[in-house]
Design a binder for this molecule. Structure first.
Ligand SMILES: Cc1ncc(COP(=O)(O)O)c(C=O)c1O
Length: 449
């Protein structure tokens, strides 16, 4: 890798001027250009992207069809506040989102600008529709940083410290995490203790008839790619149905092909009352959406769900092009296959590298959980930071979450050769760290979150 010189000048300006509430400390990456799965920095380095802008660039960076769609629409007109005038791109996109999201029932769409405000819309409209106030979310969930979404989120104290009070009537329960299960399994296997905790909440703290909605990430993303067991989801659906509680599924990270299906809900045959979409929906243009049962989005009145620049026709055009590319290039099937291939390679690495405790996820939403000890599952935080840094030095941009889970989330169009190169780099980095070849010094730089 060329020495980072020009990049550091650019980063310095950012360090001096930009709010500290937004950038996480990983590597000194300043991007000059990006194409497909490759990032090009200001010092001429070509780096494989294993983050996809945090699952924003699912179809790869700067796809020519998205660029064309943006230019074409921009030449016609850029925007008009959709509260006051109609343009066809919004309706066309709503039609497509209704088609691809799970659930063969009448739906409507509410557009917004970020995954966070789409979750806020979901809280508002769930309350309005059910005339109930309480909402339930999960420990270690990430739903965004607008106040509603932040109130749902519980991934780390860093995002909540000194920011309260949060939205009232939001309750958190443990997420079903089979690798780090808090309850000792019975002789006959899993005893669904996580489901019992929801029932206990209903018995002791929250009357279920007062609950408007439960917010679920179908794979919990930022806590380290946790996949709930199918039985949990089945029981959750039943609890919601039996008690008139809406099930809101946040597919902001797991959607748009990321897990080898259009939506992670499909792995469970799940048809949520509301689906929250964002990130890759418009390949990086600011757009998010809430797709919900028709009657739910008919239960509130304007401007309760209005944003001046939401559903912008340029963003809608980018989103329509993105959907088209996913289908035309067969990215969903390809993601499923690449995911299976990557998991197989990680399982082989697990046999050789004691640091790998667990490999989780589907498609190209994978987590490699590094532990100091397979029995205690103590998180190998320093080793993880060092591996991430060593990969960076070798031309692979890879981050981690929960301190010790390497995040595997490349663009879905990444080639088999690029995946192989990246996994080779990861394996070399694992070896380097295990052999003590990466100095402790780097822990001052790579903090992660
Ligand atoms: C599952 C999930 N929901 C919501 C969000 C928030 O999206 P945004 O950053 O666009 O507000 C994120 C972002 O990481 C996410 O992973």
């Amino acid at each position: 890798m060329n020495e980072i010189v020009k990049g550091l000048e650019i980063i310095k300006k950012d360090d001096d001027l930009i709010s500290l509430g937004s950038r996480l400390a990983f590597h000194p990456l300043a991007i000059k250009e990006a194409r497909g799965a490759i990032l090009i920095d200001y010092d001429g380095n070509e780096i494989i992207d294993f983050l996809s802008a945090a699952c924003v660039a699912n179809i790869g960076h700067s796809h020519p069809k998205v660029i064309d769609a943006i230019i074409d629409q921009t030449k016609k007109f850029i925007h008009y506040n959709p509260a006051y005038a109609v343009f066809e791109q919004m309706g066309n996109l709503a039609e497509e989102l209704i088609r691809i999201t799970p659930g063969n029932f009448p739906k409507r769409v509410a557009f917004s600008l970020s995954g966070g405000d789409a979750n806020d819309n979901a809280i508002k409209v769930a309350r309005s529709y059910t005339k109930r106030t309480k909402v339930i979310s999960y420990h270690r969930a990430y739903h965004g940083t607008t106040y509603g979404a932040l109130s749902l989120s519980a991934v780390s104290l860093a995002m909540r410290k000194n920011l309260g009070p949060f939205l009232p009537d939001v309750y958190h329960i443990p997420y079903p995490d089979c690798y780090r299960c808090n309850s000792a399994p019975t002789d006959s296997g899993c005893n669904m203790a996580c489901m019992e905790q929801l029932k206990e909440l209903f018995n002791t703290v929250v009357p279920k008839e007062e609950v408007a909605a439960i917010f679920l990430e179908p794979f919990q993303g930022d806590s380290g790619v946790i996949e709930p067991p199918a039985q949990y989801i089945e029981e959750l659906v039943k609890v919601c149905k039996d008690n008139g509680i809406l099930l809101v599924v946040d597919e902001v990270q797991s959607g748009f092909g990321r897990t080898g299906k259009w939506f992670a809900s499909e792995h469970y045959g799940l048809e949520p009352d509301m689906v929250v979409l964002g990130k890759s929906i418009a390949s990086g243009m600011p757009l998010a959406a809430l797709v919900a049962r028709k009657e739910i989005l008919e239960s509130w009145a304007a401007p309760a769900g209005s944003f001046s620049t939401a559903g912008n026709p340029v963003c809608c055009a980018a989103s329509l092009a993105t959907i088209n590319v996913i289908e035309e290039e067969g990215l969903i099937k390809k993601t499923e296959e690449l995911g299976l291939y990557a998991v197989k390679r990680f399982e082989e690495m697990k046999g050789k590298h004691a640091l790998i405790g667990d490999v989780r996820g589907k498609g190209l939403m994978l987590g490699v959980d590094l532990v100091k000890d397979h029995k205690t599952k103590k998180r190998a935080n320093e080793e993880t930071a060092k591996i991430s840094y060593r990969c960076w030095e070798k031309g692979l941009f890879i981050t981690f979450f929960s301190g010790n889970v390497l995040r595997i989330a490349p663009p879905l169009m990444i080639s088999r050769e690029q995946i192989d190169k990246a996994l080779d780099i990861m394996e070399e980095a694992l070896g380097d760290v295990e052999a003590g070849r990466v100095p402790d010094e780097i822990l001052k730089k790579v903090k992660g979150w």
